[in-house]
Design a protein around this ligand. Structure first.
Ligand SMILES: Cc1cc2nc3c(=O)[nH]c(=O)nc-3n(C[C@H](O)[C@H](O)[C@H](O)COP(=O)(O)O)c2cc1C
Length: 188
């Protein structure tokens, strides 16, 4: 273990949940950037982080299995989420591998979506050229998700928090090691 490193509980989850609580009035605080890899090149887009799983040390989101990101994650499950809480001036960088939620959790995720969000999954495949005859429903009350619905979890292997409020800034990393985590305070 390097100098300055110490064992502790999943501190990044504690901090992240606190940030979520403090930002819950702001819908924008649920938006994070998800980076994937495509043939060695970076790809990045915004997703809604739907939940933080303290037990697994993971965060999860939903997406369309027909999307480019879904194909990229099948080919290479490595991903990183960069999540900035602007009101708190805290940045979380979560690195790890993607896996699907179990069927019951996937169903629960579907039921948690608004009718407008559900409708997206019945639209023509995303990212393909738009056709004259395309139809896009505005809402869906479907009780079951279509096959293209994906609920995915990023199982975090390394988390990093940068806090811009203190001076000097505070930077800390957590690396998964066996059953626990090793936390290190870093120079900002
Ligand atoms: C605020 C915001 C939230 C978004 N949330 C999601 C989301 O939760 N899941 C998702 O698949 N796409 C979401 N998108 C759309 C993606 O950013 C992206 O445009 C789309 O999924 C296609 O990405 P891909 O071609 O890399 O697969 C969101 C976009 C914005 C601007």
């Amino acid at each position: 273990m390097e100098a300055g490193a110490e064992r502790e509980e999943v501190g990044w989850v504690v901090a992240l949940r606190r940030a979520q609580r403090r930002s819950r009035r702001h819908a924008i605080a649920r938006y994070a950037q998800l980076a994937t890899v495509e043939a060695g090149a970076p790809r990045c887009r915004t997703v809604v982080v739907r939940g933080v799983d303290a037990e697994r040390g993971a965060v999860w989101f939903v997406t369309d299995g027909r999307s480019a990101k879904a194909a990229q994650l099948v080919a290479d499950p490595r991903a990183e989420i960069c999540w900035y809480f602007a009101g708190l001036r805290e940045q979380y960088r979560l690195r790890g591998a993607i896996e699907p939620l179990e069927p019951a959790a996937r169903q629960e995720a579907w039921e948690g979506l608004s009718p407008a969000s559900r409708a997206v999954f019945f639209a023509p495949p995303p990212g393909t050229p738009r056709g004259e005859g395309d139809r896009f429903a505005e809402t869906s009350e479907a009780p079951e998700p279509p096959a293209c619905f994906r609920a995915l979890r990023l199982v975090v292997a390394r988390a990093e928090l940068l806090e811009l409020r203190p001076s000097p800034h505070e930077r800390r990393a957590w690396v998964r090691e066996g059953e626990g985590w090793v936390s290190t305070r870093l120079r900002p």
